[in-house]
Design a protein around this ligand. Structure first.
Ligand SMILES: Cc1cc2nc3c(=O)[nH]c(=O)nc-3n(C[C@H](O)[C@H](O)[C@H](O)COP(=O)(O)OP(=O)(O)OC[C@H]3O[C@@H](n4cnc5c(N)ncnc54)[C@H](O)[C@@H]3O)c2cc1C
Length: 331
C-alpha cells in the first residue's frame, strides 16, 4: 500500500503484545509506519499462553482455541497456518458436545501462534508501562523501572480495561468509558497425572459446577509432551469466589472439583500448578472496536471492546490500525 509520507516520520507505541497489539502492529507496518511494542511479560501472546515445565511438559493454559467467523480473521489465521504456527485441533469431545466451528490452535503451543508476525517488530519484553507523560503533541512512556521513553505521536493500549484506566489518568473521558466494561476471572489448573484419567474424550465443557472445561494436552497438534497432562478451567463464579486464595490452595481444591465433575477419583499427580487469570473473559464489552482521545493521540482496544474471543481482539487491533493510519497519513 503506497501513501504520501510527511517529512516527520510518525512513531507509534503499543502497550501489550497479545493478539490485539500484534495484529495492530502488523497492520501498521503494512502502512510503513514505525511501531514499538511494550509488554510486561517475558514473552509475547498475552492470554495466548503456553506454560513449559522444567520436566519438559507444556500446557496451553489461557485461550483454548480460536474460531474464525469473519473473512478477514479467517485470512489472518490462514497466514499463520501457512507459516506453520497454527493448525486445526480436532479433539474427541464428550458425547454431550454440540457441533462447533473449526478450532485452531498455535503450534507447538498457543504462545507460538503470533511468532511469524514478530520477526520485524521492535518489541520490548519485561517492560511494564506505568504512566504516560505529555511531550509536545505526543507522549512519553514511563516504565516501572522509572525510565522515560522517547516521544511517540500515538500511544495504543491493549492492556485490560482496569490497567488501561490507570495508564490513561491523563484522559478522564476515556477513563469514564472504560469504567463500563467488566471482565470475569478464571483459575486454571495444569496437572500431569502418573496414570491416564479413565475418560473417553480429549476435551469437555461443563455447564454447571466449579469446573467449566478440561482438555488433554496431548490431543493438541504437535504437542509432543507427556500423555497425561490436562488443563482444567474453573467457572467464572467459582474463580471469583476463590480469587484471593494462593495457587497452591486452588490447585488442591480444583483437583477435588475435577474429581467430582467427572465422577471418579483422579490418579496421583506428578505436577500441579494453578494460574490465576484476573481478567480472563469479557462479560460486558465496550460495544465498539476501540476508544480514542479527542485529538486521536491515545487509543485503547483489545478483546474487551467487542467480546470474549481472540477474534474480537484481532478486530479491535485491525480497526485501531486503520484509524491510526488514517490520522497519521492523511492529516
Ligand atoms: C483461561 C482463558 C481461556 C480462554 N479461552 C478462549 C477460547 O477458547 N477462545 C477464544 O477465542 N478466546 C479465549 N479466551 C480469550 C482470549 O484469550 C482473549 O480474547 C485474547 O487473547 C485477548 O487478546 P488481547 O490482545 O486483547 O489481550 P491480552 O492477550 O490480554 O494482551 C494484553 C497484553 O498487555 C500486556 N500488559 C498489560 N498491562 C501492561 C502494562 N502496564 N505494560 C506493558 N504490558 C502490559 C499483558 O502482559 C498482555 O500481554 C480465553 C482467555 C482465558 C484467560
Amino acid at each position: 500500500m503506497q501513501h504520501a509520507r510527511k517529512t516527520h516520520s510518525p512513531r507509534i507505541a503499543i502497550i501489550g503484545a497479545g493478539m490485539a497489539g500484534i495484529s495492530c502492529a502488523d497492520a501498521l507496518q503494512r502502512y510503513d509506519l514505525a511501531v514499538t511494542l511494550f509488554d510486561k511479560s517475558r514473552g509475547i501472546g498475552g492470554r495466548l499462553a503456553t506454560r513449559r515445565t522444567d520436566g519438559g511438559d507444556s500446557f496451553d493454559h489461557g485461550a483454548q482455541y480460536i474460531t474464525t467467523r469473519s473473512a478477514d480473521f479467517s485470512a489472518f489465521v490462514d497466514r499463520l497456518r501457512q507459516a506453520g504456527a497454527a493448525a486445526e485441533w480436532q479433539p474427541r469431545l464428550s458425547t454431550d458436545a454440540s457441533a462447533h466451528h473449526a478450532w485452531f490452535v498455535g503450534t507447538p503451543g498457543m504462545s507460538a501462534l503470533l511468532k511469524p508476525l514478530t520477526q520485524d517488530l521492535d518489541i520490548h519484553l519485561n517492560t511494564t508501562v506505568s504512566a504516560l507523560e505529555r511531550s509536545g503533541n505526543g507522549w512519553q512512556l514511563r516504565t516501572a523501572d522509572g525510565t522515560l521513553s522517547e516521544s511517540y505521536d500515538v500511544v495504543i493500549s491493549t492492556a485490560p480495561p482496569v490497567q488501561t484506566r490507570a495508564l490513561f489518568a491523563v484522559d478522564p473521558a476515556m477513563q469514564a468509558s472504560l469504567d463500563a466494561i467488566s471482565m470475569a476471572p478464571c483459575w486454571t489448573l495444569m496437572a500431569t497425572f502418573t496414570a491416564p484419567i479413565d475418560v473417553d474424550f480429549d476435551a469437555r465443557r461443563f455447564d454447571e459446577g466449579a469446573v467449566s472445561w478440561m482438555a488433554r494436552q496431548a490431543s493438541r497438534p504437535q504437542h509432543g509432551g507427556n500423555q497425561q497432562g490436562w488443563v482444567v478451567h474453573a467457572g467464572a463464579e467459582w474463580s471469583a469466589e476463590h480469587l484471593e486464595l494462593t495457587p497452591e490452595q486452588v490447585a488442591s481444591l480444583m483437583q477435588q472439583e475435577l474429581s467430582r465433575a467427572i465422577g471418579m477419583a483422579l490418579p496421583q499427580a506428578s505436577f500441579v500448578q494453578a494460574h490465576r487469570w484476573r481478567y480472563a473473559m469479557t462479560t460486558q464489552p465496550l460495544g465498539q472496536p476501540f476508544l480514542a482521545s479527542a485529538d486521536k493521540s491515545l487509543f485503547a482496544g483489545g478483546d474487551w471492546c467487542l467480546g470474549a474471543r481472540v477474534e474480537c481482539a484481532y478486530q479491535s487491533g485491525a480497526a485501531m490500525a486503520a484509524a491510526v493510519a488514517k490520522r497519521l497519513l492523511t492529516e
